[in-house]
Design a protein around this ligand. Structure first.
Ligand SMILES: [Zn+2]
Length: 61
């Protein structure tokens, strides 16, 4: 098996990371589930999640 991870795979990985807007806890969830409102923060139960991707993209264009 090749050790290389494609950019697309990484992109997908990060795309699934969310951050609670209340307590900033990291949450791994499926985009569809988040949009359906099925995912909530483990710590505080808050449903307001944002994508973590913004942090990674901040350096790029
Ligand atoms: Zn939270």
């Amino acid at each position: 098996m090749p050790k290389k991870i494609s950019v697309e795979a990484l992109d997908r990985l990060f795309h699934r990371q969310y951050v609670c807007m209340k307590c900033n806890a990291k949450i791994k969830a499926d985009l569809r589930k988040v949009k359906a409102g099925k995912v909530k923060c483990r710590k505080c139960g808050y449903k307001g999640l944002r994508l973590k991707r913004k942090d990674i993209k901040s350096g790029a264009k």
